[in-house]
Structure formats: C-alpha cells, structure tokens
Design a binder for this molecule. Structure first.
Ligand SMILES: O=C(CO)[C@@H](O)[C@H](O)COP(=O)(O)O
Length: 209
C-alpha cells in the first residue's frame, strides 16, 4: 500500500480488495531504521476497515518489540520485524506469535541469509528484501535470489513450513523467475499501482506462478 494514492486510500484499498491479491502489505517506517517515514496506526486502521484481505505488516522501525502487540490488536494477521533491529531474533519471533499473529522476520540485502536460516523453526515468514528498505520504486537486486534458493532448500529439508516473501522491485517481468526460485509471496508496490490496470497486473503476476 506504500504506492497507493493516500488522497484516495479507501478507493485504492477497495481496489486491492476486489483483486486476486491474497494479502495486503503495510509498510511502516519510522525515519530512524530507514530514511523515510510512512504511516502508523490511524492509516493502518483505515486500510483495515476497507478490506477483509489478510493483513501483512512490515515494520521498518527500531525497537519493534515495543509495538508488535499494538499492530496485532489493530488487525494485523502477520507482523514482520527486521532482524537488524532486534537483539534476539528468536525471542522476538516467539513473542510475536504469542500475540496470535504470524511472526515474520525480514533481512536487508546485506544481511547474511544465515540470520534467517537460524530461526526457521520459530518463523512463519521470512521477508527477503530485494531492495534497500525505505522506498518503493527501486530496482530489484539480483543477488537476493540466491538467498531465496538457499531458504527454499532449508525450509523444504527441515519441513518448517515457513513462507518466503520477497519485497522490492517485483514486476510482471520478473515474477515468474521469483516464484521459480522458491518464493511463496511476492510484494509488489509500484508495479501494481503504476499499471494501467492494477487488477489485471496482479492477475498476470499470479499466473506467472
Ligand atoms: O518495504 C518496501 C520498501 O521499503 C517495499 O514494500 C516497497 O514499497 C516495494 O515497492 P516496489 O519496489 O514494489 O515499488
């Protein structure tokens, strides 16, 4: 939703609600963990009120453990924090699950995949960042695909059922390759909202699976 028109937030949320997209992705930025500020609870609640889709909240904030419970109470169904923002990734995942939501951990492009691999048993979702977090509309970093392949291999071998989500620079052109590498979830912002027909764009991306 970072690429939505915030002047027409309800319209854009309802548009996604009517699309084939299964999840709605909410990017929360604090201006400290990333050099950008997006929005917080009031905007998230307005989005929640306009859609019944599974709400996937991505926290790009410092000290995420202070806010995870509030996001869960505000209607998030998955809450993902950044591994780089916490002292203890596993403990934060366990705490997140205790709030009744799916627990996700995200890794920035420079963060080693082992940080996520080490906690697969306690993670419902690994969010692999394929751009530097903070802004929509950046180009996909190819090297992140190796992380996806490695995670796919480990998740299948260890049968943890953890979902792999990829976020940043996702387009109709690369969606097929990303699914093929092992992604379960693709997060797309500008490619959807910048398309002439966003709902058709989403449908075509899903066909690439
Ligand atoms: O978390 C982020 C950015 O930090 C992403 O969710 C982007 O907003 C995705 O945007 P596109 O790269 O698809 O435009």
């Amino acid at each position: 939703m970072l690429s939505a028109d915030f002047g027409h937030l309800e319209r854009d949320t309802r548009m996604i609600d009517a699309s084939l997209a299964e999840w709605i992705h909410i990017d929360v930025m604090d201006g400290v963990f990333v050099p950008n500020i997006s929005f917080g609870f009031p905007v998230m609640k307005a989005i929640r009120a306009a859609t019944g889709k599974f709400m996937d909240v991505h926290l790009m904030i410092i000290e995420p453990e202070r806010y995870i419970e509030r996001f869960a109470k505000a209607g998030a169904q998955a809450v993902t924090f950044h591994a780089e923002a916490v002292d203890d990734v596993r403990a934060t995942l366990i705490k997140t699950r205790s709030y009744g939501v799916k627990a996700g951990v995200s890794i920035k492009p420079a963060t080693d995949v082992s940080v996520a691999a080490d906690v697969l048993e306690d993670a419902d979702l690994i969010l692999v960042m394929s751009v530097e977090p903070g802004f929509g509309g950046q180009s996909f970093i190819e090297g992140t695909l190796d992380k996806v392949r490695e995670l796919r291999r480990l998740i299948d071998a260890r049968k943890t059922g953890t979902l792999i989500s990829l976020d940043g620079g996702v387009t109709l052109e690369n969606a097929g390759r990303l699914f093929e590498a092992g992604c379960d979830v693709l997060v797309a912002g500008s490619a959807v909202f910048g398309a002439a027909d966003p709902k058709t764009e989403i449908a075509k991306m899903l066909e690439a699976e």
